[in-house]
Design a protein around this ligand. Sequence first.
Ligand SMILES: Nc1ncnc2c1ncn2[C@@H]1O[C@H](COP(=O)(O)OP(=O)(O)OP(=O)(O)O)[C@@H](O)[C@H]1O
Ligand SMILES: [Mg+2]
Length: 442
Amino acid sequence: MPGSYIILKNPRFVVRLDIFEELDHAIQDNENKGPKLIALSGLGGMGKSQIALEFCYRNQDYYQYIFWMEADTDAALQSSFKTAAEKLDPPIFAENPADIVRRMLEWFEKNSGWLLVFDNADDYTLNSTSNGRLQRDYFPRSGRGVILMTTRLNYGTGQKKSVVDLNEIQMDDSTALKLLLRENVDDGNALEIVKLLGYLPLALDLTGAFMEIEKCTPTEFLRKYENKSEAYLNPANYVQERMGKDGGKTVFTVWEVSFDRIKNKDPLAASLIQSIAFLYPDNIPLALFENHAQTIFVDKTISSIFKRAAKRAAQLMADYSVGRQTTPKDSNSNVQTTIGAAQMLADYSLVRRTTRKDSEQDDPGKDTLSIHRLVQAAILSKIKLPEKKEMSKRLLSALFHEMKPKNERSVEARPAQLLEGAHVSAPTDRRLSYKSTFVRRC
Ligand SMILES: Nc1ncnc2c1ncn2[C@@H]1O[C@H](COP(=O)(O)OP(=O)(O)OP(=O)(O)O)[C@@H](O)[C@H]1O
Ligand SMILES: [Mg+2]
């Protein structure tokens, strides 16, 4: 595979041919002398990142190199440039992140046939007046390639044709129904739900997963939704900015229907997703929770879940090891319990779980979770400030222990992914000067 993909294809992707055609036209018609610059814009949750990802997979024979850059913060951008630099042949190595970025930009400017995606280039965390800064600091100025950025902002790229605006291209009924219904049967009310959710892909996907797992009919879901929706007449301002008032309300409501159910079924899954809401949203290693369950989760119910699982595992081990010297591979009860909770969240589409079979057993990138930023916003809005403080303290402590040198293994020797993947958020905008860990607004 040319270039560097760090994100796997979404197996549930529902194709929107009209948008791929728009993107093809935008690229063909763009007359820039240097790289062609295309912005895929639209409110949060409309499917920009998903479309960009599918676009990469569909065009992998066309472009010689494809690079995916997480563009929401400087740290994420630098980490993406580093990953890309290491994948080149010959690879580019440099100590200083700024040197890597500079040398990568030189590489782009000298080469052709590349597609460079800047995902979530919303730029608000880069700094307030920074629309130009992302472009100035991270975009190659020459070279024959295509830059595709996904953004919630209405970026002018100079030429009208270079902006594909999802706000103007609503999903058609049959595509929206496909996303919502999955294998479920329409009892006549599915289109009503689609309209109620404003054709918003994020909300349709969450609802589809809920109805599938709960074996809930569209009519039953409508009832649950209507009971909840009163609570969210006014989503928080920053959510409104990113999704509009209706989109914000929709996602908050849909999220809460799922969360209520999960809390009943598995309190650990509920606590896990709350913790995940504090972290940098992509590539979160499940190992962090497996290794530090006791530090991160304090709730008595959860401790007893772990204790029960440990007892069961001990019993299994005793049975298993009769006459044997080796232990079963999955005998670690924390691992099994945490994986069970993570899988439940993935089944409800609240997180995406990626397991890589080709990774080493102790590679933290082997089993990772990603969560949508707007789902994080919904979760955080329901946690009270003192609890937020306590939870971020516990996560920081777990991260600190994970990063501390263990015996002969130094921080430097630990797989970089864990450090890069785990950025903790706290309840304020305050920045922490703590390795690559930084604070996000919640
Ligand atoms: N075409 C699609 N097929 C299947 N699911 C989709 C599709 N588009 C969007 N989704 C679902 O909606 C969610 C939100 O999509 P995505 O992350 O692409 O939105 P976005 O526009 O990039 O939002 P943001 O601006 O917040 O980053 C996805 O996680 C996925 O579950
Ligand atoms: Mg996105």
